[in-house]
Write a protein that binds this ligand. Structure first.
Ligand code: TLP
Length: 347
């Protein structure tokens, strides 16, 4: 039975073109700044994002944490959306690495209420930590891959600027946002001071994330990357795949989005499941297990038994992610298997 792996777009494997580019990559010692392929990727990424400079890091998590370290100092406060990856899934890195306090603000589909953000920004008072950074996530993972509305991001950035607080974007999947919105990625990240994106998710490179911002910010980030052990020497092997990813894998994200919509539409008509179709904006589908005979963990385990892999995202919530290793024909097949497990017909 063919396995249909919908756990995450992180499971994507490098394409043959990536493997060839990796094999042929010109490399040097990147800690000396001498890897020509890494330098090229960083230049290409900075230009694409419309930022002064960029830096290749081993993972999205490290890129986010290096961004926090580069913006904020010990004893300061970082405003984060309550369900954001940087807060929820990064092992308390904000506290453990940057010695900062995270201040959470709840979001609607990932977008924090602006009045609550403004209220959370600290006044100058000896009792208070200084508000050093605001973080946003686009697309928003735990909201189901939703895209932050352009007006929201612009208003947030204007607010932050008024208070002299920089904004960092966890743009692990910002190319999905760009494709969904039909806007160049530089336009999407223009309102923020720094941005991180992942090469190893929907873009299918094996390893790597890129962090971009001003030249001065990236110089600080380079030191913190070294501190965290992210100086990778002949990393051109990885950057070569990253360049192919940027060149060949961005436009095709539209196929993943179409597959996710198809999957979500099918799931909505399966008894015992609940899907909010409005949240299906990119390559993710979040659904709720409404059938009391199941919970998320038991359904995930049963689906694994029929070769459909997915992730429990809460006690009754399951996430499915489409990506380049899931074909359009896998969607009806996955739906059939899911229906079979739930033991009910379409409504
Ligand atoms: N997300 C993973 C898991 O950690 C949940 C996934 O399968 O979605 N920012 C965002 C928004 C992410 O979704 C992720 C990975 C990261 C950062 C971290 O990237 P890596 O895995 O490269 O450290």
């Amino acid at each position: 039975m063919r396995r249909i792996d919908l756990r995450s777009d992180t499971v994507t494997r490098p394409t043959p073109a990536m493997r060839r580019a990796m094999f042929e990559a010109r490399v040097g010692d990147d800690v000396y700044g001498e890897d020509p392929t890494v330098n090229r990727l960083q230049e290409v990424a900075a230009a694409l994002l419309g930022k002064e400079a960029a830096l290749l890091l081993p993972s999205g998590t490290q890129a986010n944490q290096v961004a926090v370290l580069s913006h904020a100092g010990r004893g300061e406060e970082v405003i984060v959306e309550a369900e954001s990856h940087i807060f929820y899934y990064e092992a308390a890195g904000i506290a453990a690495l940057a010695a900062c306090q995270a201040r959470t603000v709840p979001g609607a589909r990932g977008a924090m209420d602006l009045d609550r953000v403004e209220a959370a920004i600290r006044a100058d008072n000896i009792h208070f930590p200084r508000t050093a950074l605001i973080c946003v996530e686009n697309t928003h993972n735990r909201a189901g891959g939703t895209v932050l509305p352009r007006e929201h991001l612009e208003a947030l950035s204007a607010l932050a600027r008024r208070h002299g607080v920089p904004v960092h974007m966890d743009g692990a999947r910002v190319f999905n946002a760009s494709v969904a919105d039909g806007r160049p990625v530089a336009e999407i990240v223009a309102p923020v001071d720094s941005v991180m994106f992942c090469l190893s998710k929907g873009l299918a490179a094996p390893v790597g994330a890129v962090l971009a911002g001003t030249r001065a910010f990236v110089a600080r980030a380079r030191r913190y990357r070294k501190l965290l052990g992210g100086g990778m020497r002949q990393a051109g092997i990885l950057a070569a795949a990253g360049l192919v990813a940027l060149d060949t894998m961005v436009d095709r994200l539209a196929e993943d989005h179409a597959n996710a919509r198809e999957l979500a539409g099918g799931l909505a008509s399966v008894g015992g499941l609940r899907v909010d179709l409005d949240t299906v904006q990119t390559n993710m589908v979040l659904f709720e297990v409404a059938d009391p005979a199941w919970d998320a963990a038991s359904l995930v385990a049963a689906l694994e038994g029929v070769g459909v892999l997915c992730s429990a995202f809460g006690p009754r919530q399951i996430r499915l992610v489409t990506h380049c290793d899931v074909a359009a024909a896998d969607v009806p097949e996955a739906l059939d298997r899911i229906e079979g497990v739930l033991g009910r017909g379409r409504r």
